[in-house]
Design a protein around this ligand. Structure first.
Ligand code: ACO
Length: 429
């Protein structure tokens, strides 16, 4: 088939721009040579319409509400898979055989401990430190304990050990940030438990009580982690790829991803949603007032958990999570008034012209906080839970970028500052 191209007509010249097509028939203009040929660059604030890479990991169709990891729908994975099986799929490209899976789980289980000196680092943080800041620092600090991880160009086996280590240690680090905040002694991993139960035990066990893992809570967490496992080139994932593109280590790249995720417009929205719903409740539940605030361009308030850069119809993850939230609350016999507010808010907003005309629908973060609350996870830890879920995606995207030997990420700009002028000495100003 003849190669497709688009034509750009500019200042009397015609430039041919090659078209790249993906396996789901998505088309892109490859403008890599445009500047060399014409002196032009493209400008796209927030990369709203710019592909930074080709990728074989996650397919997302925002108009149709489709999300698939390596070709498998998240609906099927959330129903039938485990978080570690999904992690294997995302990172290595195929579902594992039985043997591959037990080897993978066994390797991860062997690496769940963290160096004792991590505790001294943790002790250095004030107990009121936000867990996301602590987590990002501790992940970056892993490079100090595993200097071989610093060079991502070492053998594939060494890189794989870094992958296993970070998957194994993140729940331990995450639970320890929580214990630091509570001022409680940390719990060591229990390798007789599965990934999610072990994490919940490290979070909740206290030395004075016997801790029994709860299958319902572990299953709910498992589902949540699967739904968060990857989401193609979002803010934190692009951060991981761009940091890794300078040949920084996996741990440094993931640590940067955690910081990018923290903001309330991205992963931090799950904490912001609950805080907003609580504020609406405290305020007497006057939804009309809060909706008016969200619509007022002079008010910085945004309806947290609504809207998405790529989903302009519905967020398929929100649909599954909403159902899971209902299930968990029903099984636990919890009645959460905040959930009632969430449901009413969704109903009112979805009929409002402002939200309809801008395609603002509830996103994954709108309901995830409600399940986390039901699981007893404190609000400040919500984004840490998101980070645990997103880890396989960050790893896979970092690995893909390195294996494709992608160049260092370095956008251009259109300069709008002052043109050259002469320095004026301070005495003359
Ligand atoms: N509340 C009120 N108005 C909104 C909201 C919202 N939550 N989201 C978007 N809008 C409005 C904007 O003001 C803008 O209106 P205008 O056209 O009249 O100026 C229009 O909708 C388009 O918004 P943009 O900011 O251009 O959309 P963008 O794609 O850049 O932003 C984002 C997407 C950041 C998610 C945004 O919808 C938002 O801030 N949502 C709330 C935060 C949130 O829930 N983030 C989690 C996203 S999911 C995730 O990251 C895991």
């Amino acid at each position: 088939m003849a190669e497709q191209h688009a034509e750009l007509h500019f200042e009397g010249k015609v430039y041919k721009i090659p078209v790249v097509e993906g396996t789901e028939n998505e088309k892109a203009l490859d403008i890599g040579k445009l500047r060399a040929q014409s002196g032009l660059i493209t400008l796209d604030y927030g990369y709203k319409n710019t592909g930074a890479t080709t990728s074989a990991i996650t397919f997302l169709d925002g108009e149709k509400g489709i999300l698939r990891y390596r070709g498998y729908s998240i609906e099927e994975l959330a129903e039938h898979s485990s978080f570690l099986e999904t992690a294997y799929l995302i990172i290595y490209g195929e579902l594992p055989t039985k043997d591959e899976y037990s080897q993978f789980v066994g390797d991860i289980t062997k690496h769940t401990m963290v160096h004792e000196e991590v505790k001294s680092i943790l002790d250095g943080f004030p107990s009121k430190a936000h867990p996301m800041g602590v987590l990002s620092s501790l992940i970056g600090a892993l490079t100090a304990f595993y200097p071989n991880s610093l060079d991502p160009n070492r053998s594939g086996e060494e890189v794989n050990t870094s992958i296993i280590r970070i998957l194994a240690k993140l729940p331990t680090l995450a639970a320890w940030t929580y214990k630091n905040e509570k001022g409680q002694p940390v719990n060591y991993p229990d390798n007789s438990l599965d990934y999610c139960s072990n994490f919940l035990k490290m979070m909740y066990a206290v030395p004075t009580d016997k801790y029994e893992p709860d299958a319902l809570l572990s299953d709910a967490l498992n589902k949540l982690l699967i739904l968060h496992a990857d989401h193609e080139q979002n803010c934190s994932t692009s951060t991981v790829r761009i940091v890794g593109s300078s040949h920084a280590s996996l741990y440094s790249s993931v640590s940067a991803g955690v910081s990018a995720l923290w903001g309330p417009l991205h992963g931090g929205a799950n904490q912001a949603v609950i805080e907003m719903l609580e504020a609406i409740k405290e305020d007497g539940g006057n939804l009309a007032k809060w909706i008016a605030k969200a619509k007022d361009k002079n008010d910085p308030f945004r309806m947290m958990g609504f809207g998405h850069r790529v989903y302009k119809n519905f967020d398929p993850r929100a649909k599954i999570i909403k159902k899971a939230a209902d299930n968990v609350l029903e099984k636990l016999g919890v009645h959460d008034p905040v959930l009632d507010i969430a449901k009413q808010l969704e109903e009112v907003a979805l009929k409002d012209e402002y939200f309809v005309s801008r395609s603002l629908y509830p996103n994954v973060d709108f309901y995830s906080g409600i399940i986390y609350r039901a699981l007893g996870i404190p609000t400040q830890m919500f984004t840490v839970m998101f980070a645990m879920g997103r880890l396989p995606g960050w790893i896979a995207q970092w690995k893909e970028m390195r294996e494709n030997n992608e160049p260092i990420g370095r956008p251009r700009q259109v300069y709008t500052g002052r043109t050259q002028r002469s320095f004026v000495k301070m005495s003359d100003r």
